[in-house]
Design a protein around this ligand. Structure first.
Ligand SMILES: Cc1cc2nc3c(=O)[nH]c(=O)nc-3n(C[C@H](O)[C@H](O)[C@H](O)COP(=O)(O)OP(=O)(O)OC[C@H]3O[C@@H](n4cnc5c(N)ncnc54)[C@H](O)[C@@H]3O)c2cc1C
Length: 420
């Protein structure tokens, strides 16, 4: 096919698979290099809460986040933590985060994030209609459940901002909330309902994407960690893995929280911190809501996935450390009965806990597109808590960039050179 390229994608998470999905549809030949040993590996893209969230038009770097982080610093069960350590990259990231956490940045980012989430939602609708895909897409909205009047008041302001952006959002009393999901006992002051949000089952999505890609001739190399690069004057000549060197026309870094490590040795700057989260899935929950929700004060996501119910939360900036911190997990478990009184800690006994490292950029926006330093190197990473939601549109935009086309959404604010 004219213009067809061999594209090497590093990382088999949602961003790697979505980039491959849209690039293969444009006729490119794709090879995916994945450090993990096999297709069923757990990564951030499989353990997440499965929410597609046009409601999340406020980036992580927003006013109030710095003071919130400081207030939670000394509570071992709080949903947010930064592990204090002498690390130049962490200080640099915190400084950039602090500078970005202002109203102007939020205002500038909101319409872009809205457009990206809505476009991605449409991509998911298309994907769900394709033969071979059945990943449990449910288009019933998201409830921000508020325990206190104060939080409800604050969330109502977000609802108003959403409406100004053209997104539907309703402030609900406890009775109105109960009518949306009858049979589910909730103890709340009220909720904000975002009807456009959706949820799905991420493991199924990932498996079906991989199967589709394989059927389209995409090659997967498992147990293949990228460890270095061969660099020419202004282009990448090859990647080095532990086993061999591999060459391609284009190279895409989609290594999630490991992306800066993968890019080491290259003349690019990609400030990124891993934001660790945990999830637990009850296969036979006492009650099964039909609408996904966020326990707003506790920052816990609750998502029905078929007959199962997943709970996910915490954001720990602790480096590339995937270990389970039981105190934080207890924080998630203890918060649940405050909102859903029929659940208790006993429901979670013996349930496995999964951790995932979210790739967090300092300004809360993804890195998408080409690095100017090299003519054939690009990245799709930094999606923090929105990687599942923004996966398909990111993949589509990457495929456009890799094909030399003008991106269908202006992604200049997402340039991976913005801290270069
Ligand atoms: C608890 C929790 C709940 C979440 N809920 C949601 C949600 O509801 N909605 C939403 O939109 N987002 C959610 N997220 C965030 C979302 O999961 C992430 O943004 C997304 O999965 C990031 O995808 P990724 O492909 O960038 O990274 P990953 O999924 O981490 O994939 C990166 C891949 O690169 C591989 N890799 C690393 N180093 C190398 C190397 N050297 N060579 C080769 N391969 C390498 C890794 O093994 C990994 O498979 C949640 C996250 C967590 C933790």
């Amino acid at each position: 096919m004219p213009g067809s390229k061999h594209i090497l994608v590093i990382g088999g998470g949602i961003l790697g698979l979505c980039t491959a999905y849209y690039a293969v549809r444009k006729g490119h030949r794709i090879t995916i290099l994945e450090r993990a040993g096999g297709p069923e590996h757990a990564c951030c893209s499989t353990v997440n809460a499965g929410m597609i969230v046009p409601s999340h038009f406020v980036p992580l770097a927003a006013p109030g986040m710095v003071s919130l982080g400081l207030r939670m610093l000394f509570n071992p069960e709080s949903p947010f933590r930064i592990k204090p350590r002498w690390n130049r990259e962490l200080f640099d990231w915190l400084w950039k985060f602090w500078r970005a956490a202002n109203a102007r940045h939020v205002e500038r980012s909101a319409s872009l994030l809205r457009d990206l989430h809505l476009a991605s939602r449409r991509c998911y609708e298309e994907l769900a209609d394709k033969p071979g895909f059945d990943f449990g897409l449910v288009k019933k909205g998201l409830l921000m459940l508020c325990k206190t009047e104060h939080t409800l008041y604050e969330e109502a302001k977000t609802a108003e901002a959403a409406r100004q952006l053209g997104l539907s959002a309703e402030v609900l009393t406890p009775e109105q909330t109960a009518r949306l999901d009858p049979g589910i006992r909730m103890d709340i002051a009220g909720a904000v309902y975002f009807p456009l949000d959706c949820h799905l089952t991420p493991q199924r999505l990932m498996t079906q994407l991989r199967q589709y890609l394989q059927s389209q001739g995409v090659t997967f190399h498992w147990s293949t960690a990228v460890v270095g690069w061969q660099v020419g004057v202004d282009r990448i000549d090859a990647v080095r893995t532990e086993k061999s060197e591999l060459t391609a026309d284009e190279y895409v870094i989609a290594g999630g929280a490991w992306s800066p490590e993968i890019a080491r040795g290259l003349e690019v700057r990609l400030p990124l911190q891993a934001g660790k989260g945990y999830s637990m899935t009850l296969s036979r929950p006492k009650q099964l809501p039909t609408i996904c929700s966020i326990l707003t004060e506790a920052r816990v996501a609750v998502t029905p996935m078929g007959e199962a119910l997943r709970f996910g939360g915490t954001m720990e900036i602790v480096g590339l450390d995937e270990s389970i911190n039981q105190a934080r997990v207890n924080g998630i478990i203890k918060s649940i009965p405050h909102y859903f009184p029929d659940f208790g800690p006993e429901d979670f006994q013996d349930e496995p806990v999964w951790s995932g490292l979210r790739p967090c950029s300092p300004d809360g926006l993804p890195y998408l597109g080409r690095f100017s330093r090299y003519s054939n190197l690009s990245t799709a990473t930094g999606h923090a808590m929105m990687g599942l939601s923004l996966g398909p549109i990111s993949g589509q935009l990457m495929a456009e960039v890799l094909s030399g086309e003008k991106p269908s959404i202006d992604i200049s604010a997402l340039s991976p050179d913005r801290y270069g």
